[in-house]
Every structure is written in C-alpha cells, then in structure tokens.
Design a protein around this ligand. Sequence first.
Ligand SMILES: Cc1cc2nc3c(=O)[nH]c(=O)nc-3n(C[C@H](O)[C@H](O)[C@H](O)COP(=O)(O)O)c2cc1C
Length: 361
Amino acid sequence: MSVSSFLVDRLHADRVGLAALRLLPPERAHAVALALLRRVPPPGRPPTPALARTVAGLAFANPLGVAAGFDKNGEVFDALLAWGFAAVEIGTVTPRPQPGNPKPRLFRLPREGAVINRLGFNNQGHAAVARRLERHDPARGVVGVNIGCNKDAADPVADFVAGVEVFASRADYLTVNVSSPNTPGLRDWQAGERLARLLDAVLAARDRGRAVPLFLKLAPDLDDAALDTVLAAVAARPIDGVVYANTTTSRPTVLHGRHAGEPGGLSGRPLAASTTARLARIRATLGSERALVGVGGVATAADVRAKLDAGADLVQLYTALVYDGVGLARRLLRDLAAAERSGREPDGGAVRAPTSPAKSA
Ligand SMILES: Cc1cc2nc3c(=O)[nH]c(=O)nc-3n(C[C@H](O)[C@H](O)[C@H](O)COP(=O)(O)O)c2cc1C
C-alpha cells in the first residue's frame, strides 16, 4: 500500500491520518491535506435545520465556516462544504500571484493548540482563483473571497478595488483584509484617513457592480480606542459586517517548544477567550443590523456557542483543523445540534432558554 493510499484510507479515521500528517513539516502536511480533500469522498453535510440562519441576506446551513488562509487558492471549497461547513472563506487573494515569505514560515505549537505563521499572502492571484470559482454552486454552501493587496503594490487601494471588481460577481460575499500581520504596512489601513479612503473606494467599486455583501476583517491587536475608531468608520458606511479576528502578533500566554519564539501571527487556542470577550463590545457598537463573524481559537462546540452567545452570527475556524482534522465539522455540528435539542450548553453546562431565532443582518 502506498503512503498516499494509506493516508486516503485513513482520512475518515482522521485522527490516525492526522498523526501521519503531523510527521510532515507543516506546509507539506497542508499540501497533502488539500490533495486528500480533493480525492477522498466526503461524507456530506449532516442536516441540522435548527442551526440554519440567514446573515447578510445569505442562507447558511449552520454557523460554521472555514476561516481564510486554509483554502487560499479556492482549490477545495466544495470538499470543505461537503464535510459539513456551511461556508468557506477562500483567500487571501491578491491581484498578482506572489510567493510569500521565505520558508520555513509555518510552525505548529501542539502544546498550546496553536500555530504561528508568517506566510505573507502566498497565493496564485485573482485570475487563477476566479477561474476556480466558476464551478461554485451556491446550492452547496456559501463561498466568500478574502481580498488583499500585493506586497509590492504601488497603490494598495487599487488592489482592493480590483479584488471587488473581479470577485463581486463570483463570490457570495467579500472580506476586505487589512489585518494580516505578515504584509508590511497592511495593518496601517485599519486607522484614520487611510481606512476611510479604503472603505469608500471598495464601496464605490461595489456600487458599480453586483451588490455583494462586504465584510471587514480586523486584527485582535487593536486597543479599545483603535477598535472603536474602526467600528465608527464601519458604522458610518454600508459595510455589511465585521470578521473578528485575524492572528495576533502578541503572545498572550507563555508558549512552549522550539518554535515558541518565531515571529508571525499566532492563532488557535490562545486566541479563544480574548477574541470572544471582544465580540460583545463589537456587537454593542455595530448594533444588530450588521453581521459579525467570530474567529479565534474555536475547537469545541462550547467555543462556538460562546462566540454566538457573545454576539457573533457566524463562527469560523482554521487552526483546529490542523489538530483535529476536517471531521471536526461533523463532530461540532453533532454536539451543537444535541445541545439545541436538550436546551443545554454544549459542554453539558447550565440549562439555558431555548435558542433565540438566528440573527439576520
Ligand atoms: C496558516 C494560516 C494562514 C492564514 N492565512 C490567512 C489569510 O490569508 N487571510 C486571512 O484573512 N487570515 C488568514 N489566517 C487567519 C485565520 O483566517 C484566522 O483569522 C485566525 O487563524 C484565527 O482563527 P483560528 O484560531 O481558528 O485559526 C491564517 C491563519 C493561519 C493559521
């Protein structure tokens, strides 16, 4: 039996498959995981009608989405939807293809359930990703495109505008990403006159084409004052929602292992509590009409429920896929659906009132 057929056989028993993948360097393991996703027949999304919701005018079969960065080039969104996720955010995509930062640039921190990455928007560019999106069938689920600018962009605003122009007609929603830490200067677009200029430009581009929902993805490293300024800029404009949050450049907990000191964006468990705590503030400022997507350290149904209870309409995850595999979606859905039925918290905690109807934006 070849190594690859062994891995294919084992994907369903995915903890064994994962153990094999974990023997590979992280970026190689990711490439193999994408190849397996393309080859292994998915089990199909379990029906969970109680978890369905409408957000930003889009119908989501459940609140779970794959966060940007896992399917950067739009190669496996169909498979991820068929493994149970209601949505996949592909990208970040930049106008021109770019290789990203020198390797190694992706590091596992298993003890913390975390990852550090400094990939730097390695992606195949607008044209290649737009071609793959032609096979997107909205009946299978929601596919968003996360847009960015090239590292060497002469005019970053023009790169974002090009992203809107190319993907507005192809994606179910777009996310403007000004929050990745690995493109020098990108996060500066989260503030002041630059943010206003960028938002006005992408909104004007949207007005010229299809009225696709437009989200803004933020870094978890903004202090309260900076966050409030961004949210005020969003609230003053017809931006449909906020995705909170990207990876952090801070090191909120003591990290262990030989990669603990690597520079880059930290994701996974260490982000869970702090990103959830911030959601209530964002929801209070944005009001109930805007969509809020909670991201950061989600690995259990209790994590999903915590983000929803804090004000999120939808939840995304990435790092938990590295440790738990794509079968995680079905396990989370089973636990969430069971909790809905029993009226209990997913971790078996206190009885709560029946779930409120899905928020819609
Ligand atoms: C390896 C890796 C690559 C990522 N690439 C992107 C990206 O291209 N664009 C983006 O907006 N976020 C990217 N992210 C951030 C995730 O979308 C997410 O916001 C963050 O990892 C927190 O969620 P998690 O703790 O569930 O991973 C990436 C994360 C990881 C781990």
